[in-house]
Design a protein around this ligand. Structure first.
Ligand code: ATP
Ligand code: MG
Length: 436
């Protein structure tokens, strides 16, 4: 057993060494367009401070990649040869987070900058590393050089380093060429790299969707076969990845690619089983489309609404479609939803309580919104419900998806809301004038 682990480590090591160029491409400041104006002041402060304290400091990952592509980075990631405790001691407001992968969070005003220590292969480096069946469980093995670190990065386009000491770029894995060719390519042997960390499959999809890049054939090919490895990832980590996939403005594309590569069924198996039903599929596609549109128009998006839609098909198919004598629909819905959420949390994506509570409220509101009250006052009371707007929008979504018997209720509420606006003084005045 021990020798097998050693052998795997050796293979990974050789494999990475092959891909990381012994002589990286060095691009001086005069030959690239990454200007300091494009880097946040907080990130620059961290880079300068580390440099001043005698450490090496580089900007890496999305901060370099996105600026080179002319996009605004989501965040700035920094890497240094300072150890986590040394990073902590270099800043007033810094805390160490994570266990699998320890990182420093340095706070400057409201911005948090992630600072990592150079990683190394588990053969070369020092620190705490653990590998089980090829999967890296602990990845706190530190190295002292940037070239070791480059080999531990996921994709070639994420391994371009900006050196604060001379403002040059260092490219270890042909990342700049792949940026130009718009290709997502894993560093090293794809099967080994996915086994080390199956979340890299989701990251490949996310970057392909976000950047509208193509996944290189050798990086794409193993994914359907290895998709099941996501079962070994803690459900709380998968939840974070799900948010990044669906709440960053590229949900439609991410969903399509996840389905294409057999990954969606690993995240939401019960929903995936319902996707043959065109109404369920339309509901999911519609919520993804609406989410992307809202982000494009700078409108807020809530994870609860999106996740309520993602889990609605399996919930709906377990609910009786007509009132059944002796069955309290509300209680039934609560019971089914709790079971559904618990199973998804244990085995796949763990949705935290702060989100499952509003999700359940949205679902429960569906019962009340599709039961017309003869007493108008009761309907008006429902308008005051804290989740009314989300519940009503959800009803519209179901109607757009073509769910049976829903459109008439959606229209009824839409009319009621329009009527209420008419009651408002300005509109009433206009209306009266018109009638005259
Ligand atoms: P964005 O921040 O836009 O989502 P990013 O590439 O910066 O994209 P982060 O999750 O911020 O992604 O990670 C920063 C960098 O850390 C990555 O670019 C990559 O080099 C490295 N990295 C992150 N996750 C992994 C992983 N699972 N395996 C290997 N390297 C990783
Ligand atoms: Mg980043």
């Amino acid at each position: 057993m021990f020798s097998r682990v050693k052998l795997t480590l050796k293979l990974c090591h050789l494999n990475l060494q092959n891909l990381i160029k012994k002589t990286p491409t060095y691009i001086p400041r005069t030959k690239h367009n990454l200007s300091r104006h494009k880097i946040s002041q907080a990130a620059l402060n961290v880079l300068y401070q580390l440099h001043k304290s005698g450490y090496q400091a580089f900007l890496v990952g999305g901060g370099v990649r996105d600026v080179l592509l002319g996009r605004t980075p989501k965040d700035f990631d920094i890497v240094t040869n300072a150890l986590p405790e040394q990073i902590k001691n270099s800043f007033n407001s810094c805390r160490l987070i994570g266990r699998r992968f320890v990182l420093a969070h340095v706070r400057f005003n409201r911005e948090i900058i992630e600072v990592a220590t150079f990683r190394a292969t588990h053969v070369d480096g020092k620190g705490e590393g653990r590998i089980e069946n090829g999967q890296i469980i602990r990845d706190n093995v530190y190295g002292s050089t940037v070239d070791n670190d480059a080999g531990r990065r996921d994709f070639t386009i994420n391994a371009i380093y900006y050196n604060i000491s001379d403002f040059s770029l260092i490219d270890y894995a042909n990342g700049i060429e792949d940026l130009k060719a718009r290709i997502i390519k894993l560093i090293g042997d794809p099967v080994l790299r996915y086994k080390e960390d199956p979340v890299r499959m989701l990251r490949a999809i996310r970057f392909a969707a976000k950047l509208e890049f193509t996944i290189a054939p050798e990086t794409a090919k193993p994914i359907p076969k290895l998709a099941g490895l996501l079962a070994n990832i803690p459900p709380a980590r998968l939840f974070e990845e799900v948010l990044k996939l669906f709440l960053s403005g590229h949900a439609v594309k991410s969903f399509k690619l996840l389905c294409q590569y057999g990954l969606f069924q690993q995240l939401f198996p019960k929903t995936a089983a319902c996707l043959e039903n065109p109404i369920s599929l339309k509901l999911i596609e519609q919520v993804m489309f609406d989410t992307d549109e809202r982000i494009k128009n700078d409108k807020p998006v809530t994870p609860a609404f999106l996740l309520a839609a993602l889990l609605w098909p399996p919930l709906l198919c377990q609910l009786p479609d007509k009132p059944v004598k002796g069955v309290n629909l509300q209680e039934k819905l609560i019971e089914i939803s709790q079971r559904l959420l618990a199973r998804n949390a244990q085995q796949r994506v763990a949705i935290p309580r702060r989100i499952t509570v509003p999700m359940q409220e949205i679902w429960l509101l569906q019962l009340r919104l599709t039961r017309q009250n003869k007493v108008k006052k009761k309907n008006l009371k429902l308008l005051e419900h804290s989740q009314f707007r989300a519940g009503y929008d959800f009803l519209l979504l179901r109607s757009k998806a073509g769910e049976n018997q829903v459109t008439k209720y959606a229209d009824w509420w839409t009319d009621l809301l329009a009527d209420r606006n008419v009651v408002a003084p300005v509109k009433r005045f206009r209306r009266r004038k018109k009638i005259k």
